[in-house]
Design a protein around this ligand. Structure first.
Ligand code: HEM
Length: 157
């Protein structure tokens, strides 16, 4: 990502923050409309959903300006997600719903540059998360077990 893209993403998150409740509702509605089987993974409590979305956006935005510990934190986050039952195809589903919800919250401020900057930020963090999860699965794999992924955790709502 370019420094301009990092700045664009940071500014747009600051601008979207006052509308986080609507953004979260919109994100989950989009995600579950398109992939209703994902409902079981997430809390159904709207307050918890809002907090989770804020944590997710903060994790993306704080990770991208190439902080020294970015790789470690994003890989750990990916390992925790694998334990929750998150698989590689889920990243695309969540990324699509997230970008659509951000676009909707940004209105006319959603330019092509901003869309590309968010897509790059999400892809960067998601790729490191998936790599961390894949490495952890490989390390933890019992001899002969091809699947690697941890079983989904029980839902928490
Ligand atoms: C770039 C991509 C993503 C980022 C940065 C991200 C970030 C986060 C963060 C920071 C949390 C809070 C808990 C923690 O720190 O472990 C969280 C929770 C969670 N994430 Fe993600 N996430 C991403 C993608 C996904 C995907 C693809 C899924 C799967 C569909 C997912 C499912 C969950 C679930 C189920 C929780 C627990 C919260 C709940 O029960 O609602 N996330 N995520």
């Amino acid at each position: 990502m370019t420094p301009e893209q990092v700045a664009l993403v940071e500014r747009s998150l600051a601008a979207a923050r006052p509308r986080l409740r609507e953004l979260a509702a919109d994100f989950y509605a989009r995600l579950f409309d398109a992939h209703s089987d994902l409902r079981a993974l997430f809390s159904s409590d709207p307050v918890a959903q809002q907090e989770k979305l804020a944590a997710e956006l903060d994790a993306i935005v704080s990770a991208i300006p190439s902080h020294a510990d970015f790789l470690v934190r994003a890989r750990d986050l990916g390992v925790r997600h694998a334990r929750l039952g998150t698989t590689a195809p889920h990243y695309r589903m969540v990324g699509d719903a997230l970008l659509e919800a951000l676009a909707s919250a940004s209105g006319p401020g959603w330019t092509d540059e901003l869309a590309q900057a968010w897509a790059a930020a999400y892809a960067l963090v998601a790729e490191v998360m998936m790599a961390g999860a894949a490495d952890a699965a490989e390390d933890a794999q019992p001899a002969g077990g091809p699947d690697g992924a941890a079983p989904p955790a029980p839902r928490n709502a």
